[in-house]
Design a protein around this ligand. Structure first.
Ligand SMILES: [Zn+2]
Length: 252
């Protein structure tokens, strides 16, 4: 058993949650049991992941997409259902959104940069005043199809690419999740390909006019790596606790 506050203090510090502005209220969002023997990890705060965490015997659930964004106004409807479930079951809910996208070791984007073995890595992807992603050079130029296959295998996903850039890729920018908003920055910086999770309708023409490849790998599939890596980090820091990853794909 480890005291909850020791875990929260470690997470807050390791993920530097107070140093990053975010719409997500990062940190311990809902307080539960004081003593922790098992931490569950999931991408999304949802009744489905709470229920699986409790079924696994966890007292804490660490998620990338938390429950509280900006603030809570009415404890009715879905808010009530979530809070009631969490409080009734004593499940601590900890959220780390941008801090877990941009972290240099366990972040979703650092892990994807590692899959591509990017070199000359630079911060990329300005969001709310911070670069949350990374850009860099592939070790060797790679055919677009090869790059898709590399990520499809590593992330167990299917790539969907708006291919208006060069067929041979030398430079890549990466922002997990809904990172297509950084397409303009990728074009201006001269990247051959922007890799992200999902985008929106108007990105097609922007990619076409910007002569860039825009690769979608799925919001969910690009954002499971961070919470999994955080589980390994927690076990290293607190060897007596168990961790479990809860897979609850959304299809997006
Ligand atoms: Zn996301």
């Amino acid at each position: 058993m480890v005291n909850r506050n020791d875990i929260v203090t470690f997470l807050n510090d390791y993920l530097a949650i107070t140093q990053i502005s975010d719409k997500s209220m990062n940190g311990l969002q809902v307080e539960g049991a004081t003593e922790i023997s098992k931490v569950a990890l999931a991408t999304d705060a949802a009744l489905a992941t709470y229920q699986k965490a409790i079924a696994e015997g966890a007292q804490m659930l660490l998620v990338h997409h938390g429950f509280i964004w900006g603030g809570l106004r009415y404890i009715t409807g879905r808010n009530y259902d979530h809070l009631k479930y969490l409080i009734t079951h004593g499940l601590n809910l900890y959220a780390a959104h941008l801090p877990l996208d941009m972290h240099p070791e366990v972040g979703n984007n650092a892990l994807m940069a590692g899959i591509a073995k990017l070199k000359r890595i630079k911060p990329f992807g300005e969001y709310m005043g911070t670069a949350v992603g990374f850009g860099g050079q592939l070790p060797e130029p790679m055919d677009l199809g090869e790059l898709e296959a590399l990520f499809e295998n590593a992330l167990d996903t299917k790539a969907d690419t708006i291919a208006f850039g060069p067929r041979q890729i030398k430079t890549v920018a990466i922002v997990s999740g809904g990172g297509a908003s950084t397409l303009g920055e990728a074009i201006d910086s001269g990247y051959d390909c922007l890799i992200t999770g999902e985008g929106s309708h108007e990105k097609y023409h922007q990619a076409k006019e910007g002569n860039i490849n825009l690769m979608y790998l799925g919001h969910y599939k690009t954002e499971t790596g961070g919470v999994k890596a955080m589980g390994d980090k927690l076990k290293e820091q607190f060897p007596t606790i168990e961790t479990v990853f809860i897979d609850e794909p959304t299809g997006y």
